[in-house]
Design a protein around this ligand. Structure first.
Ligand code: NDP
Length: 457
């Protein structure tokens, strides 16, 4: 207990801070701290589990779990990791080039200037939005390099284990950097959140939007290092399937289409991303540093990893239905997010589903004492449940997994993970909004009583 609640390192202790009025908790329960500690220890190795299950256990989670109970299981995995590590130094170099290339595009490409949400301490940060151009350029360079034989199109697959080591090293170093920076050189000191647990502060982060000069670590790491990698890993896996089997199965094509629609949308609406929980609420610690660097490229690509080894040749009708379900999920995801943006941008003077929207003017105070208001939309998709965008996201996510057929549960791990993440996220968000808006949030809840499923939850 005392170990979990270890105070901050001595020389950091004196950092003056005001805990902002809302945002991540400053008083985590022991259970939460324990979960942070366990995640910090176990997460780095977890990224190899899907790959090991696919390569060593026919993609069967059951066989993987049985092997863990067997004495030789862990040894087999350890041995496999060792022998499949190509040359870690080569992978480190490749990964370093990747991060530097992304950072160069992030800094050098032109982009529109936008302002994020007002932070709990009353700051409004400026962002340069150039993710879409950066994404297209990265894909262009990757394809050009493959065509000109500068590298193999399946380079990421060939160096997978080495790249995972490199990504882990980067994610961990970034986490430590964020923790130390938060104490010694914070970008916006009044937007920091501390707790009395070292583990919680490292995992959940202290600074809200850490920057080095104008370089925003959060937007860069999640967007460029994470989301762009998602596309490149998937393309590399499709190339690998082609090289092994001589064709790319329709399941792989559907997965690539659906996931790239989602990623393209992310970059096309990058301004919107600055107002989401990742940027406006979550602080920058292991969760976002390691998550962007390792979790997105290794776990969000699980369907393509699976299909690269076990192609799913779906009937045309099945592939089409899955594609349609996925695109419908995406459309609802985008349309619901758009309704909320438009309602706020026009101060409610717009038309949603043929009518003037129902809105609540919610009041909040930042920790500098300034009073503000925001509109909460209560009609359209937002009159059905309070997190309609999550439901739409889950429909799309399910379609991505269904593209892998029904042979194994492994590709569905992504859907299971997203369901848990979004349920937990909805309750975190409710908690935050309730602290931020007080009785106006209660009014909203009275108007739209269900969080995720009408009549049930
Ligand atoms: P939201 O984009 O839904 O943002 C929540 C915030 O929106 C609230 O904190 C509040 O912020 C504001 N808000 C809440 N209700 C209303 C309302 N009725 N009217 C207007 N504003 C409202 O959540 P996320 O940031 O979690 O998600 C963004 C998208 O990304 C989602 O569509 C989600 O599905 C997706 N996502 C995808 C993930 C992935 O890994 N693929 C992971 C997480 C999310 P405030 O009032 O303070 O502005």
């Amino acid at each position: 207990m005392t170990v979990l609640r270890t105070a901050r390192f001595g020389f950091f202790k004196s950092s003056p801070h005001i805990n902002p009025l809302w945002g991540r908790t400053s008083t985590p329960a022991v259970f939460e701290i324990a979960l942070c500690a366990i995640s910090l220890i176990l997460c780095p190795a977890s990224c190899l589990i899907p790959w090991a299950t696919i390569e060593l256990y026919d993609g069967s989670v059951g066989k993987f779990l049985v092997s863990l109970g067997d004495n030789d299981g862990v040894y087999t995995i350890f041995n496999w990791v060792q022998t499949s590590l190509p040359s870690v130094l080569d992978s480190m170099r490749l990964y370093g080039i990747w991060v530097i290339f992304q950072a160069t595009l992030f800094v050098a490409l032109p982009g529109a200037t936008v302002y994020g949400e007002t932070t709990p301490a009353g700051n409004r940060l400026r962002y340069k939005i150039n993710g879409l151009l950066s994404w297209f350029l990265t894909i262009g360079v990757y394809i050009l390099g493959g065509l000109c034989s500068w590298w193999d199109a399946d380079i990421v697959v060939k160096q997978w284990s080495g790249l995972m080591v490199a990504a882990n090293a980067y994610g961990i170093v970034l986490t430590i950097l964020a923790y130390v920076k938060a104490h010694v050189s914070p970008s916006h000191s009044s937007d920091r959140k501390f707790s009395d647990s070292l583990f919680h502060d490292i995992f959940a982060g202290i600074e809200l939007n850490p920057r080095i000069g104008h370089f925003d670590l959060k937007l860069f790491n999640v967007g460029r290092v994470g989301m762009t990698a998602w596309t490149i890993v998937n393309l590399s896996l499709a190339a690998s399937q082609y090289q092994h089997f001589g064709y790319v199965c329709n399941g792989m094509i559907v997965v690539n289409i659906l996931q790239n629609i989602y990623i393209l949308d992310f970059f096309y609406h990058e301004e919107w991303y600055t107002r989401t929980i990742d940027i406006a609420h979550d602080h920058f610690g292991f969760y976002l540093a390691w998550g962007g660097a390792v979790f997105i490229p290794s776990m969000y690509t699980i369907q393509a990893q699976y299909l690269a080894h076990y192609p799913a040749n779906l009937s045309r009708a099945t592939a089409l239905i899955i594609l349609l379900v996925g695109v419908s999920g995406y459309w609802m995801f985008r349309a619901s997010n758009h309704q909320r943006t438009v309602a706020r941008r026009t101060s409610g003077n717009c038309v949603i589903w043929g009518k003037k929207p129902v809105v609540i003017t919610a009041h909040y105070t930042t920790s500098n004492g300034a009073k503000h208001t925001n509109l909460l939309l209560c009609s359209g998709f937002w009159g059905i449940v309070r997190h309609f965008n999550y439901i739409a996201d889950l429909i799309l996510t399910f379609a991505m997994c269904a593209s892998c057929g029904t042979q194994n549960v492994l590709p569905y791990a992504y859907f299971i993970y997203m369901t848990v993440l979004l349920i937990h996220r909805s309750s975190r968000d409710e908690d935050r909004c309730s602290k931020k808006y007080g009785k106006d949030w209660d009014l909203y809840k009275a108007q739209v009583p269900y969080a995720l499923i009408p009549g049930i939850y």
